[in-house]
Unconditional design. Structure first.
Lengths: 206, 131
């Protein structure tokens, strides 16, 4: 849920990166964090178990400058993708204003992507939200693996599996190299801010 | 969950209520947040030293988790949420369905007083934010 502070002319939105375990959600945030100017980003918070797996969530607060006369402050969250963390995933989704679904192109993860997207849809419904009505972009991550011997899905296959119903904007990306990471962020931020401002009929003021 | 729209008037009223009830009673910091981890009000001493954004996100998630734990053992929710440290203590109080008031205080303030003041503030804050 957004927070709109009319006294400071600030809009705070929550964007959640969702997707199966190991698809690259945390890496997206790390890449954004390392390439943003220091004054535009807050402290990155990660809660990890002993390995490198996200236990609860990661959080990266960003200051995206002014849109429609409002200062835009965005909090990027990731969810833990592993199947067993269903309840924490749902907690992190609470109050989300925009969503990035990060898909894993590994052949062996094909089912996981589909399950995760369905899990997102049903969790949102429990909060009374419809995925098709929310700002959503899909990121086809790990495209750098296409030229390696590792069996990966084609964009057409991913599109058929994940985007035949929602028909949202998609981005090919590589969270490790940075390709597509900012394009994804820029698009979801734009959609989310538009969604929030339209909902509250906020218009630019001088 | 609804979005919150804050005006200078709402924020001033909330700040005055929180400062009057808690900060003047010796509480170090009081942070009013919503269930998504947004900060509505940040009052108290040395607020710049506190990583309020991380604290709010963690507190919102942790209270959500605590409610689920309560349900797993057949409770509605836990009424007292409090952590005691060597030099500081932290208390979490639910304000209505959507808001959480986080209070940080030292040994000079008793938990009883904090609980009492948070309970009193609850109605005032609900009135301010939900009218
Ligand atoms: N080759 C490649 N590996 C990636 C990419 N993005 C993430 N990874 C790797 O995938 C693993 C899981 O990434 P992580 O961000 O922790 O996934 P999360 O579970 O979704 O948070 C790590 O070893 C990353 O280095 C990518 O674009 N390309
Ligand atoms: Mg992760």
């Amino acid at each position: 849920m957004a927070l709109i502070d009319l006294s400071k002319k600030e809009i705070h939105c929550k964007i959640v990166y969702y997707g199966p375990g190991r698809c690259g959600k945390t890496t997206n945030l790390l890449t954004v964090h390392s390439s943003m100017a220091e004054k535009a980003r807050g402290k990155m918070l990660t809660i990890e178990t002993k390995g490198d797996r996200t236990l609860f969530f990661d959080l990266l607060p960003l200051n995206l400058g002014k849109i429609r006369g409002f200062n835009i402050r965005i909090q990027l969250y990731t969810v833990p993708g592993q199947v067993m963390y269903a309840s924490t995933r749902k907690l992190v989704l609470k109050g989300a204003d925009g969503l990035v679904f990060v898909a894993d192109p590994l052949q062996v993860r094909r089912e996981r992507n589909v399950e995760s997207l369905e899990d997102l849809r049903t969790s949102l419904l429990e909060y009374g939200l419809k995925l098709e009505e929310m700002p959503l972009v899909i990121q086809y991550n790990k495209r750098d693996l296409v030229d390696t011997p590792i069996p990966t899905l084609t964009v057409a296959e991913l599109e058929a599996d994940l985007n035949s119903v929602y028909k949202v904007k998609t981005f090919e990306a590589s969270a490790v190299t940075g390709m597509g990471v900012f394009e994804t962020l820029r698009e979801i931020s734009k959609q989310t801010v538009r969604y929030v401002t339209n909902k509250h009929l906020l218009h630019e003021t001088k | 969950m609804q979005d919150f729209i804050l005006t200078a008037e709402i924020l001033d009223k909330a700040r005055n209520a929180i400062e009057g009830a808690l900060i003047q009673a010796g509480v170090r910091n009081a942070l009013l947040i919503d269930g998504a981890g947004n900060i509505l009000s940040n009052c108290g001493h040395d607020t710049d030293d506190l990583d309020a954004i991380s604290l709010a996100a963690l507190a919102a998630a942790s209270l959500g988790a605590t409610s689920q734990i309560a349900k797993l053992i057949g409770e509605e929710d836990f009424s007292l949420l409090f952590h005691k440290g060597k030099n500081g203590n932290i208390h979490f109080g639910r304000i209505g369905e959507e808001l959480i008031l986080i209070t940080i205080f030292g040994e000079d303030v008793s938990l009883g007083l904090v609980r009492c003041r948070v309970a009193d503030l609850s109605a005032t804050l609900l009135q301010i934010f939900e009218g």
